[in-house]
Design a protein around this ligand. Structure first.
Ligand SMILES: [Zn+2]
Length: 182
């Protein structure tokens, strides 16, 4: 498969990995308030079920076989984590989906309203960047491990192609990738 990026629409993309610039003001504000709640409710280092249950009244569901590592199901208030992809020692997938839950709380996880592929990528990159901060807030025992982790989902063109396919039922407007064979 051959594809390349439509350069006009990729100015917002960072050169690599996560960045504070990818986190909106609203999300930063929410993260700050969450830090206090996590402390007050003593959620540090607790299992993910307890964290999402207390914070958002969400449930965790473990899945297998899907091509994705996990997803955030807002309608059913559920975070799905693929146990075939999920490494219990790194917490990245859970934190990524937790980031989507936060985006939903502040109205940024508008996956059905905004149909641009570039917007989907922005949402993914924001949650990945938020994961970095969420790690600090929650996994205080593992904090030394954080710097060995790569918070790098959805920063490559292969990721964008994957995302486009993931949203194939949503009539996504592809403003990012040109020359793609579906
Ligand atoms: Zn995501």
């Amino acid at each position: 498969m051959k594809f390349k990026l439509n350069k006009k629409n990729t100015l917002f993309l960072p050169k690599s990995h996560i960045s504070d610039d990818l986190i909106s003001k609203e999300s930063f504000k929410y993260l700050k308030s969450l830090r206090k709640v996590i402390k007050d409710k003593k959620l540090e280092n607790k299992p993910c079920e307890e964290i999402v249950g207390v914070l958002f009244d969400y449930k965790i569901k473990y899945i297998t076989g899907d091509s994705c590592g996990g997803y955030c199901d807002i309608e059913n208030k559920t975070i799905a984590l693929n146990i075939e992809h999920y490494d219990i020692d790194d917490k990245q997938r859970f934190l990524h989906e937790l980031g989507h839950t936060i985006q939903n709380e502040i109205g940024l996880f508008d996956i059905k309203e905004n149909k641009l592929l570039s917007h989907k990528v922005k949402i993914e990159q924001e949650t990945e960047s938020m994961s970095y901060y969420l790690f600090d807030m929650i996994y205080t025992k593992d904090i030394d491990k954080k710097h060995n982790l790569l918070f790098d989902s959805y920063f490559s063109i292969e990721d964008f192609v994957w995302l486009k396919n993931w949203y194939r039922h949503y009539n996504i407007e592809n403003d990012l990738i040109i020359k793609i064979n579906d």
